[in-house]
Design a protein around this ligand. Structure first.
Ligand SMILES: [Zn+2]
Length: 145
């Protein structure tokens, strides 16, 4: 029952002055409680708005990182790992005759001698295959068709 309906009932019932004072005090307490509650809720709303403002840039940053990780995973999924090196399948079957560095995802360079491991093309990386260049065909055969 709204306070207007209560007031109407109050007038219709012809309450005494004493009852009217009690009712008014009760309504005043309710109003005071409601105002306190409203102030508390406004404060909570303002805190939540402030937190939301702080979270927006963080959310954007996390979404960007997530997109990067997805792209990196898709790139990584294009490779097959074997003997520690990565290999890429040709669209028409078979394998590209290249070993890729598992850290940098770039091809490994041949040293020309054939009996040494292949080395990551990025000099600063220094990663080496566990097999020599002359064994690359054998390693590719191990991967199957
Ligand atoms: Zn590397």
């Amino acid at each position: 029952m709204s306070w207007v309906e209560q007031a109407t009932d109050f007038v219709k019932a012809g309450f005494t002055l004493e009852v009217a004072k009690e009712r008014l005090l009760l309504w005043a307490e309710r109003l005071d409680f409601a105002e306190t509650k409203e102030a508390s809720l406004k404060e909570e709303r303002d805190t939540l708005k402030a937190n939301l403002g702080k979270l927006a840039p963080r959310t954007a940053k996390l979404e960007a990182e997530n997109a990067e990780l997805k792209a990196a995973k898709e790139t990584r999924d294009a490779f097959t790992e074997h003997r520690g090196a990565l290999f890429r399948r040709k669209p028409d079957g078979g394998w590209h005759p290249v070993a890729y560095c598992p850290k940098c995802l770039v091809s490994c360079a041949r040293d020309g001698a054939g009996h040494l491991p292949l080395v990551c093309s990025i000099k600063a990386c220094g990663w080496r295959t566990s097999f020599s260049e002359q064994n690359l065909e054998t390693v590719l055969a191990e991967l199957g068709k």
